[in-house]
Design a protein around this ligand. Sequence first.
Ligand code: UDP
Length: 415
Amino acid sequence: MHEVTVGMKHLADYKTVIGDERYDELRALAAAAKGRSMVHINATAYGGGVAEILQNLIPLLRDAGVDAHWWVLDAPAEFFDITKKLHNALQGMPLELSERERSLFLDVSRENAAAMPRADVVLAHDPQAVALHHFASTKAAGWVWRCHIDLTTAHQPVWSFLRPFVQEHDASIWTMPQFVRPDLGSQRVLIQTPTIDPLSEKNRGMPIADAREIVKRLGIDVDRPILLQVSRFDPWKDPLGVIDAYRLAKRNVPGVQLVMIGSLADDDPEGAEYLAKTKAHAGDDKDVHVFTNLDGVKDREVSASQIVSTIVLQKSLREGFGLVVAEALWKGIPVIGGNVGGIVVQIEDGVSGFLVSSVEETAKRAVQLLKDAGMRRRMADAGRERVRDRFLITRDLRDQLQLVASLSRAHDRTG
Ligand code: UDP
């Protein structure tokens, strides 16, 4: 494994966003965690929600006094084919894991564990990093596994294969209580949602005129309504269903356009295939715009697109959390999201957006919102407050500081 370089952030900059009381609480927690070391490990430095979170959280942990680092697994492409299959199976797809696949998964875990840095607390993210603890000789004060996946309908044989590795950790973190498998046992379980950074390039906002200019340069007509989905090209994000819903909505609102932006994550081998499927499904419709990071559509362009869109869609069929929902709500854009997983904790149906379960429902809600500017404004205000309350990175930082302090203290007592 190798370390990822991150930028610098200053906790003091967040004071105006979260207010004095929450800021002072963070400072007190930081004092208790100061001087401890922490390593986060995941599968990719780019693409997807976990990379997004770590890139923002690690600098803040450092500014708070924790010696925090972010390490990424080194693995051959075949390992990521296997872990994507594990991911799909945990979200409900049946999977027969071959003996060869199991041993490759374990061999790569063993090799990476041998390269582990020392730390007081290790936080391993998702199935890709779940077996590191098993093979690691590093004596950390605490090992925690964080699951970012929607496990409500996990394929049991695959979960049974992974469960013993999860159980070896001192604690596990889940986004929702419903994701915790009933046979996990007596492990310390924490429920914590992921969060967004209000001051990152993607979320700090920009003048609307700049956003319009950036989006115009992508070839989109900013004077007509825009539906936007920002997602990896992945079956669970239902890109084809998004296109079908747009087509239905267009019958009622002929001027509507659809923008789909998706990064190709390093650890997602299905990305290119689903991108091709999406483009084929869109056909030659000039009002459907599909972009990836390879087209130069990065944080600034994602942010601008979110800001100028009329409605954001996140029509997932399974979703661990869906940072893109919080990102849009924070920018005051109403979201129509799949009635699944972590989207449900972000959108209050009918208040900060709509929860939907089909293409038809998505189209119906889109038309309703496209035609009602007053409703869009009301939902936008409600959505932004919900994010401020629960889904800003300072909340994640608070949870992490508590974790570092409590695991290190427990270790001091016993070790
Ligand atoms: N993202 C991006 N560019 C893209 C697609 C996604 O920057 O083309 C970001 C998006 O803004 C969000 C993250 O990647 O911050 C995706 O996280 P989410 O939790 O929504 O989904 P995941 O990919 O983890 O399933």
